[in-house]
Design a protein around this ligand. Sequence first.
Ligand code: FAD
Length: 381
Amino acid sequence: MDFTLSKEQIDIQKAAREFALGEFSEKAQEFDRNETFDPQIWKKACDLGFVGVFIDEAYGGAGLGLLEHCLITEEFWAVDAGMGNAVLTTTFGAELLGLFGTEEQKKKYLPPLVEGKAVIGTAITEPDAGSDVTCAVTSAEKDDDEYVINGSKMFITNGTRANYLNVFCLTDPDNPDRHKRHSFFIVETDRPGFEATKIHGKLGIRANDTAEISFSNVRIPASNLIGQEGNGFKELMNFFNMTRLHICAQAVGIARAALEESIAHIKKRHQFGAPLASFQVNQFKVAEMATMIRAARNLYYEAAWLTDNGKMDHALTAMAKWFSGQIAVKCADEALQMHGGYGYIDEYKVQRIYRDAKIVEIYEGTKEIEKLIVARSLLRG
Ligand SMILES: Cc1cc2nc3c(=O)[nH]c(=O)nc-3n(C[C@H](O)[C@H](O)[C@H](O)COP(=O)(O)OP(=O)(O)OC[C@H]3O[C@@H](n4cnc5c(N)ncnc54)[C@H](O)[C@@H]3O)c2cc1C
């Protein structure tokens, strides 16, 4: 099996690394402290072609694979997770439109995402529907040639930034099959009755926006239905099988950042008359971190390659998601430990890495839910 990246992929990786180092490094601490970022950086990333590379050329993208998007994600997160999130989640939902949107929807909503003229998000989670999305009660009721949306959603990435959101709604509450009760709609956020409130005080990825949103009699044309009515759950699972790979790349990126910070620190800091790097305990730590990173990367490369080649493997993607999340948190923990007291202070990047890392075990399917998916695939039949 050949895991070698092509020259084009290596060039993308290098360019992404250079962009992130140049644009994120200096301001990352300030953005984290102030829970904000400079949208000009996102626009610049769009101009340089880093955003939405997986979107078809027909809709303004580069027509590349998920793997290329993951390579950029890993590089961005290896420099700063908050900024990586702020810049690249602006297309979080384009995959759903690419898979199930009508030609008209794709032409209307995808090009502005690549051009830096619009931001999309995807709203599934609700106050009482997290891991079990089938409990979502935000409703979409048909009224002639419109749907009327009512309800609220929780923890929505880009909730206050997005120009439009894919919204997971209950359309057939009485269907005996709970997997056929929901549908996806694209909702423009300037419609009357839509409200978004930014959530403050997040542990990590503080540069980007996460919001609570609500819909009060929000009217949308029936043509804003994505895919088929009642097919929302199935569409969501297909969508997640793509976007969870992005989270794997985020996790590997932040684990790399943890390793890079650790190596720099233990080579520089001396105790007992010798650099920390001369102690075998720290040598073992960096060796283990590098091994875990390599293993996690190989898992997601394979899962992304299979997806890009039409052989999506749901169980493998779930394995890659929980494993990469776990090693990210582990690497961040070891990195902080090697920094001692300095790691506890926000002057040091490792503190931010430690806080940022946790999210990859939570969003788009917690590690427990991913393990359930793997277990089901093993125990089926
Ligand atoms: C910063 C941030 C950004 C987010 N962005 C988005 C977004 O853009 N769009 C969106 O829709 N959502 C988003 N989310 C929501 C995220 O996907 C959910 O938080 C996540 O799916 C978990 O749901 P929950 O928080 O309700 O936890 P719960 O479902 O209440 O789970 C709590 C705990 O119980 C465990 N658990 C639950 N059920 C089981 C089970 N059957 N077996 C074993 N363990 C179980 C979970 O693994 C978890 O550890 C975001 C969240 C955060 C924090």
